[in-house]
Structure formats: C-alpha cells, structure tokens
Design a protein around this ligand. Structure first.
Ligand code: ATP
Ligand code: MG
Length: 564
C-alpha cells in the first residue's frame, strides 16, 4: 500500500483509478504505460506524461510499461529509441523487463484484422486517399459509403492477403473499419486501419509493406499488454469511441480505460517534436541536446536535475483543460533544488584586474570558505587570495550614478570571505580608453569580513586571485524564444527565437578548486547563478560551464511588459 503522506495530491485520474479499485473493474490491478513514438527526442511535455504514468504505477503498487509506439516507419530510428530509454531512466523511472515495441505486435495486429474481416467489421477499400477524404462528410453532413464497402468476406480476405504480400502499389487499397458513415463522430466514419507503404522499418526492415494506423495499433497494443489505464492527451478524446469499438468487436478480455488529460504547454517554449526536428535540421541549434532545447537531453546538458523536473511535474498537476504554464515555474523548481544541493564557488565572467597596492607583493594566503551558507555538512574549501585579483567588470564604475553601491574611486566594499578594500584609482588602456585595472588598498583589520570600528560597506564582491585562478569558458544561456507564445504564428515560429539565447564568454576565471570539476557537476557561482560543467565539451584541459539558470528571474518584468 502506498503511504498516504507520500502520495501526491489526488487528481481526476487518480479518482477514476480509486473508483475502479472500489468497483473491482480490473481485479485490483493498475497497469499504465508510457508510449512514445521513437521519431524524436523526449521533451518536457513528455516528462509530464512519464511522471504521471510511472508515478501512478508506483503509488498504486502497479506496473508501468515503456512502449515504443513504432508503427509508422517514417522518421523512426534506433537513435531515438536509445535516447528515450536514456531519458526516462535519467528522469528516475524504471520499467524492469517491461520494455515493449508495438512493431513486435505486427503479426498479431494482422491476425486481429483477419478476425474483423471475418466478422464483417472491416473491408478493403480501393478509393484513393483523396476520395476517402472527400467522401468523409463534415460535422454537419454525413459521409458517403464507399462503393467497396460491401465486398464479401472472401474478397476482403483475398485482397488483404495480397496487400500484405506486396502485390499492390502504395495507396492502391486501404483496409477500413466498417462502422458508420453517418456517425456524428467523424473518426467513426469507416476509419482507415491499414495502408500500403513501402518503407524500411528500423526494426522489421522490409518484412512489411502494410502498416497499421495509430488508432488501430494503439488500443490493441494496450490490450495485448493488459494495460488497465491508457492515459493520453486531450486531443485523443474523440478517438476514445474508436478505441473502445475495436476492442469490443474483437471481444478482448483486456479492455483498458482510456483517460485523457491536458497536455503541458509551456511559455517561451515550443513543445512539438515536428518543430523541434526543424530546429535541429535547420541547424538553429547544435542538436537535440542543445542546452536551449526543451528536450530532456537539452535540459540534462544545461544542468537541470531530474528532481527539479519531477517537482515541476508534480506542481503543475493534471487537469482536464488546456492552459499555459509559465516557464518561470520550471526555473523556480530548478533554482529551489540547486539552492540546496549546489556548492558555492567564485568565478569571474568578465575579469577586471584589481591590484591591492598595500598587500605584500609575493604573499598568498588562503581563506577557508564554506561550500554552502546554510549547510555545514557540505564542507568547505580553501581559496587563495593575493595582491592581484580579478573582479567583475560590471562591479566597477569610474563615474557611478548615485545608487551604484559597488566599487568606484574612493568607495569601500567587502571582498567575499575577506577584507574590505577601498578604491584608489583606475588605470585606463591608452589605446581603447577603457578601464584596464583598478588600484585599491585593503584594511588588514577586516580579515573577518567586518571592521573592528564598526564601519559598514554597501556591497560584497566576488573575486578570484589572478595568479591562482584558472581559465574557463562560460556559456550564458537564456530563454530560447523572446515571446511567451512562440507558436502564435504557426510554422513561422523560428522568427521568435531569442537572438541573445546564447552568449559565449571565453576569458572567464574560476577559483582553482574547480580544476577537477567533473563534467555534469553543478555549482552556484556566487552572485551570478547556477552553472554546470558541460557534459560534452568540458574537460580538465578546457573547462566549459553552462549557465543553468540565473539567481533571480529577470524575465518577470519582461513578461509583464508583454502583457500590456
Ligand atoms: P509531439 O506533439 O511533441 O509531436 P507526440 O504526442 O506526437 O508529441 P508521442 O511520442 O506520441 O509524441 O508521445 C508520447 C506520450 O507523451 C503520449 O502519450 C503523449 O500523449 C504524451 N505527450 C506528448 N506531448 C505531451 C505534452 N506536451 N504534455 C503531456 N503529455 C504529452
Ligand atoms: Mg503522438
């Protein structure tokens, strides 16, 4: 039994399952499945479905199958299968030995079709796709019955066998369910179950030249696997009568309940495999795992944690009506998780040399710096300090406006974990006129970070020691799209890509302790945000960090403006 206090808050799907358990509809069983088509990488929308299906199975002590819904050879591949397996595992879910492929059911689906034909519930139709479309009717007008609708069982069996045997051209015939051309539900107007399509399937190769349609294959795959609750997104609501019709005609014992929920829509994001493929193909990203992509692979590389994604999915919950979830909520979950687990370090992204004129020239001291301000259990590290430091260019202004609290000529600030320093002057590069270095003095009495005389400073700056710090590349990622609803112009969505979604800084300096940063390690760079050593490009020879998320939400104001 699931512990009540560990269960997520109930929702309408769990209520339906509770009711089924009460009425013993499935003899106490709860069996779900996550059925991706391996024609692209999983995105955060899929994560919602993964968390829901695996979460329900875990909560009710049931099972959740991972099923590759691979019945359409176009676009499916082993690369995608591998990525799906990897991503669902990474999200923290396990399917034991219950990995299935709908393509393994091709023969059984064929046999089911023969049963339908024999029962007079399916026929071979020789109209073209175009004609079938034209004769389907509209919402207000019934469709027209196909002239092939009353072929005899024998003729249908013969033609269908010859379709399978490859005797006909692609599109010459289809196999249709014989349901009701006047049904108010257009999907019930003799839907196509099989089409002839000569294509090499990534698993079955050229074995088949007829392939089942989604509506036909899906319900039967669910039934074969003895699924009890077939959870899918809202756009399949009208498909449910067809789902039930097929299983009813075949009088199958295992008849799952299809339940629809609202898909995840996320602001500033595109969640459609078809469009994500376009970004990859047009090379607008470096690949499916580009850290700006809303794919699980992209988010993993960016540095998001599976815990944060699972928390996000739990917070958004499941409902029956479509809505748009704010991207800030996802970032909030990421920050919340990283705030707890990411050790603090210091890094300077745009270095400005700072010289402490009264600090002994060759001296290097080490400060013992806690790795987490609230969690002593995370230990500490030693950070070298010397006469020449780097600070952030933006932390110094020669002619500061009134409210600038950081470093400026004559002003005193605290260095994180260290002394107070006071700016004496700035030296400019004679060629560019830009500030090249800043000279300061330090107060040796302020080693603790506080002045014995009680005087206060208005800012604390992060820094690294010039001599001991090490170089790094930092990739500043930002939102991928610059408007909240990038899908509003349909296929023209790429024009809304944020041109500043990636800025690469190549002369950053980080504290020496990061020399051993294993790829995938996550840190808080003090005052800057959360960063992750890139799992592909970072190495001991060249450190590369991705910005996972800033410390605060800089987009809140922008979103407000957009609303006006
Ligand atoms: P896309 O719309 O991105 O092309 P899809 O629905 O075609 O995705 P599938 O591989 O068929 O992709 O999806 C596998 C499962 O994930 C399905 O059960 C589907 O309902 C679910 N799913 C897909 N997108 C979302 C989403 N945005 N929110 C919640 N569930 C989703
Ligand atoms: Mg789909």
């Amino acid at each position: 039994m699931a512990q009540p206090h560990l269960s997520p808050p109930s929702d309408f799907i769990r209520e339906i399952i509770d009711e089924h358990l009460r009425t013993d509809r499935f003899r106490g069983r709860v069996a779900t499945r996550f059925p991706p088509e391996p024609n692209g990488y999983l995105h955060i929308g899929h994560a919602k479905s993964v968390c829901l299906n695996f979460g329900i199975a875990a909560q009710y002590g049931g099972t959740c199958n991972l099923r590759m819904d691979d019945t359409d050879p176009a676009g499916e591949s082993l690369e995608y299968v591998k990525s799906i397996i990897n991503d669902v595992h990474w999200l923290g879910f396990d399917w034991g030995n219950r990995l299935f492929y709908a393509s393994d059911y091709f023969e059984r689906l064929y046999q089911f079709t023969l049963q339908l034909i024999q029962a007079g519930k399916a026929y071979v139709c020789s109209l073209s796709a175009e004609e079938i479309r034209e004769q389907r009717g509209t919402l207000t007008q019934p469709g027209t019955e196909s002239p092939y609708r009353n072929r005899s069982v024998e003729e249908n069996l013969g033609l269908f066998a010859r379709m399978r045997a490859g005797e006909f051209e692609d599109g010459a015939h289809v196999l249709r369910g014989k349901i009701d051309m006047a049904s108010p539900n257009i999907l019930m107007r003799d839907p196509v179950f099989y089409r002839i399509k000569r294509a090499t399937h990534y698993r079955t190769g050229a074995t088949w030249c007829i392939y089942p349609m989604y509506d036909f294959a899906h319900c039967l795959s669910d039934s074969i696997e003895k699924i009890t609750h077939s959870i899918c997104t809202l756009e399949f609501e009208n498909n449910r009568p067809l789902y039930d019709w097929i299983l009813d005609q075949l009088k199958l014992d295992s008849h799952p309940q299809q339940i629809e929920f609202a898909r995840l829509n996320l602001s500033y994001t595109i969640l459609s495999k078809r469009r994500l493929i376009e970004l990859v193909n047009q090379r607008l990203v470096t690949g499916w795992d580009d850290p700006r992509m809303p794919t699980i692979a992209g988010m993993r590389r960016r540095g998001y944690t599976p815990e944060a994604i699972r928390t996000f999915c739990a917070r958004i919950g499941v409902a029956k009506n479509e809505n748009l979830v704010d991207f800030s909520l996802l970032e909030h979950c990421v920050r919340e998780d990283l705030n707890e687990r990411a050790p603090r370090v210091m890094a300077v992204l745009r270095p400005l040399r700072l010289i402490i004129d009264n600090y002994p020239e060759t001296q290097v001291e080490e400060f013992e710096c806690p790795s987490h301000p609230q969690n002593p259990g995370m230990g500490s590290r030693r950070v070298p300090f010397s006469r020449v430091l780097y600070i952030e260019q933006e932390d110094f202004l020669e002619n500061p406006p009134r409210k600038f609290f950081r470093l400026a000529p004559g002003k005193e600030v605290r260095l994180r974990f260290g002394y107070f320093i006071k700016c004496v002057n700035a030296v400019k590069d004679p060629k560019t006129g830009k500030v090249a270095e800043v000279h300061c003095t330090y107060d040796p009495e302020t080693r603790s970070g506080f002045a014995p005389d009680g005087r206060k400073v208005e800012a604390t700056l992060h820094w690294v020691s010039a001599g001991q710090s090490i170089p790094a590349e930092v990739r500043l990622y930002d939102r991928f799209f610059q408007i909240s609803d990038p899908a509003r112009d349909g296929d023209d969505f790429t024009k809304h890509l944020n041109p500043r979604s990636l800025e690469i800084l190549t002369s950053c300096r980080v504290e020496p302790g990061l020399a051993g940063a294993a790829s995938g390690n996550r840190y808080q760079f003090e005052r800057l945000g959360y960063f992750c050593a890139d799992i592909k490009d970072s190495s001991a020879r060249k450190l590369v960090f991705n910005r996972i998320v800033t410390l605060r939400d800089a987009w809140a104001k922008i979103s407000e403006k957009e609303k006006k």
